[in-house]
Design a binder for this molecule. Structure first.
Ligand code: ADP
Ligand code: TRP
Length: 330
């Protein structure tokens, strides 16, 4: 349902992605593509979560490049600054300010149970900083400050949206209604996109297929998909290659690959070639657009600046309400 018919007003969506590395098929299908597609019949707020990147990225030039890269990615994929408010989190000081207020309502155990934090502790190959621990509070503010109806994200972010809802409810109960309780939007077929090793595709697992990589790099990634040792002649079950192919192929193309798998005689090498062609064909126009935009960084920076101005109006209004309710405005 795209519209709130009672008010006949488009629903507001909000989402963001951290600039922490090269965008991959999981990010694209699980998040970015939905953000772009939803802009037609929703009111969109899409942002670059650069404050979140500081939990892991500690190099100035690297962070700057990651931010610009992500802006280029979104614009190349079709994000339209006329339809979406596209901005950088760090341009809006209210995010950090409200994070303090919500921190004072957040019980420690709520954060201790968060998956992202537990995973970080379990891996613990690096220092665990307080930012990583309080990350869900900043994310809750990212969402709540814009009062969206819907937050489209991959499944791994569901818990964070639930924390945002809990904190919104708690604030409203204690101080009076300010925040809207948003719902996550997680399309089932792309909730968890698998990577080249068969587990969830993620930058941190090194199992990604990058959407803007060169043909050569893409070939390396696709050829690196882990397969079993079923011989060429033998029938095959639908596997990682088939699943990835399914995201981009038509029903007929999927059926053909499945039949060739079942008949035997189709090697995984051939299936990988088919997948590679499909990926190159799908992303070619986006890659070309990205190259074009790369030569016009002044435009990209201007888009973010104008987006920040619009976002700030909304964020500042919510902050005023919070200051009003809590007693910080006298
Ligand atoms: P990564 O795990 O590679 O670091 P991020 O955490 O930056 O990815 O995720 C950015 C967005 O992409 C989030 O909304 C996340 O839910 C979505 N996403 C990431 N990986 C996948 C995946 N494998 N399947 C579906 N969605 C994903
Ligand atoms: N935590 C999200 C991720 O890892 C990024 C993010 C930050 C976000 N704030 C958000 C997503 C608010 C949706 C809404 O991808």
């Amino acid at each position: 349902m795209a519209h709130d018919h009672s008010a006949n007003k488009p629903k507001r969506i909000l989402s963001g992605v951290k600039p922490t590395g090269k965008a991959h098929i999981g990010n694209y299908l699980g998040a970015m593509r939905n953000h772009v597609n939803m802009q037609q019949d929703h009111e969109n707020f899409i942002f670059i979560a650069d404050l979140h990147s500081l939990t892991t990225v500690k190099n100035k030039a690297e962070l700057q490049e990651l931010i610009i890269d992500l802006a280029l990615d979104y614009l190349a994929l079709g994000l339209n600054p006329e339809r979406a408010v596209f901005f950088r989190q760090s341009d809006i000081p209210e995010h950090a300010e409200l994070t303090w207020v919500l921190s004072c309502l957040t019980p420690m155990p709520m954060l201790e149970l968060a998956h992202a934090y537990k995973d970080a502790v379990a891996k613990a190959n690096r220092e665990i900083n307080v930012g990583l621990f309080t990350y869900p509070i900043l994310m809750a503010v990212d969402i709540l400050i814009y009062k969206p109806d819907i937050v489209p994200v991959g499944k791994d972010q569901k818990q964070h949206v639930e924390i945002a809802r809990d904190l919104a409810g708690k604030f409203n109960r204690i101080y009076g209604d300010v925040f809207k309780l948003p719902v996550p939007y997680i399309p089932e077929e792309v909730a968890v996109v698998i990577g080249t090793d068969g587990q969830k595709m993620s930058k941190s697992y090194g199992n990604t297929i990058e959407i803007f990589a060169s043909d050569k790099a893409l070939k390396k990634q696709v050829m690196g998909i882990v397969t079993d040792s079923t011989p060429v002649e033998a029938p095959k079950d639908p596997d990682t290659i088939y699943k990835l192919y399914s995201y981009f192929a038509t029903e007929d193309e999927k059926k053909t690959l499945l039949e060739r798998y079942q008949a035997g005689g189709m090697g995984y090498g051939d299936a990988k070639k088919l997948l590679l062609e499909k990926i190159i064909e799908t992303f070619k126009p986006f890659r070309e657009e990205r190259e074009r935009l790369r030569n016009d960084l002044a435009y990209v920076k201007d888009v973010l600046k104008k987006g920040a101005e619009k976002a700030r109006e909304v964020a500042a209004a919510t902050k005023n309400e919070v200051w009003e309710k809590t007693g910080l405005s006298i």
